[in-house]
Design a protein around this ligand. Structure first.
Ligand SMILES: O=c1nc[nH]c2c1ncn2[C@H]1C[C@H](O)[C@@H](COP(=O)(O)OP(=O)(O)OP(=O)(O)O)O1
Ligand SMILES: [Mg+2]
Length: 203
């Protein structure tokens, strides 16, 4: 069975690859990144993670004719009333003077939290996974995971992607970007959402 993985984010795709190698090794399920099937990015016009994940999954189904699994994820910072949230990937904009992309997003987040003490820097990653059997699937299957931490005062670590260098993980005592990919894949929001999927999924 072929399933399209509806993400263009290389960091996510690396993590999914390792998670699927662990869980689907014995099953006849082949996960193909959308980029390998000529699927371009969908416009994320939703106002919630689940809406955006449905938009991405539906788009990938429509283009490929295959079932699709999409991940919409992001960082919620309490001191910023939940921002950047669903806008995490597009947090920094060229007109802010930060540029765009992961490094710019991290720089903008540090600037926004400049005067915020450690105790007030609580945050969490959210991940919503949506599986759709086809573009008109009336019952998308939705799975969710979150990961609690806080935002560091300066980046740490060299692994991972996105906001990992600024995300301190209390249960490990280091930044997410200092974790091995195996350890992150045991603890993360994405790993938790995938565990939910593995328990309840009807392919
Ligand atoms: O484990 C993570 N470690 C660090 N950062 C993370 C993580 N998980 C999500 N994030 C950040 C990256 C990006 O700023 C946003 C996701 O945005 P999101 O729209 O879901 O993904 P994306 O645009 O990069 O690729 P795509 O939409 O094709 O899947 O949250
Ligand atoms: Mg996106």
């Amino acid at each position: 069975m072929k399933i399209v993985l509806a993400s263009g984010n290389a960091g996510k795709l690396r993590e999914f690859r390792a998670l699927f190698d662990t869980h689907f090794a014995q099953q006849h399920i082949e996960m193909l990144p959308q980029t390998e099937l000529g699927v371009t990015e969908a416009e994320e016009t939703g106002l919630s993670f689940v809406e955006n994940a449905i938009i991405k999954a539906r788009h990938a189904c429509a283009v490929t004719g295959l079932p699709a699994l999409a991940d919409d994820s992001g960082l919620e910072v309490d001191a910023l009333a939940g921002a950047p949230g669903i806008y995490s990937a597009r947090y920094a904009q060229p007109q802010d003077g930060f540029g765009s992309g992961d490094a710019a997003n991290n720089a903008k987040l540090l600037a926004a939290l400049q005067d915020i003490t450690d105790e007030q820097r609580s945050a969490r990653f959210q991940c919503v996974l949506v599986y759709m059997r086809h573009a008109n699937d009336p019952t998308p299957q939705v799975f969710q995971g979150s990961w609690e931490g806080r935002i560091l005062q300066a980046p740490e670590g060299t692994d991972g992607f996105g906001y990992d260098p600024l995300f301190y993980v209390p249960e490990t005592g280091c930044a997410s970007a200092s974790l091995s990919k195996e350890r992150k894949n045991q603890l993360s929001h994405r790993a938790k959402a995938l565990q939910q999927l593995l328990q309840h999924w009807r392919p």
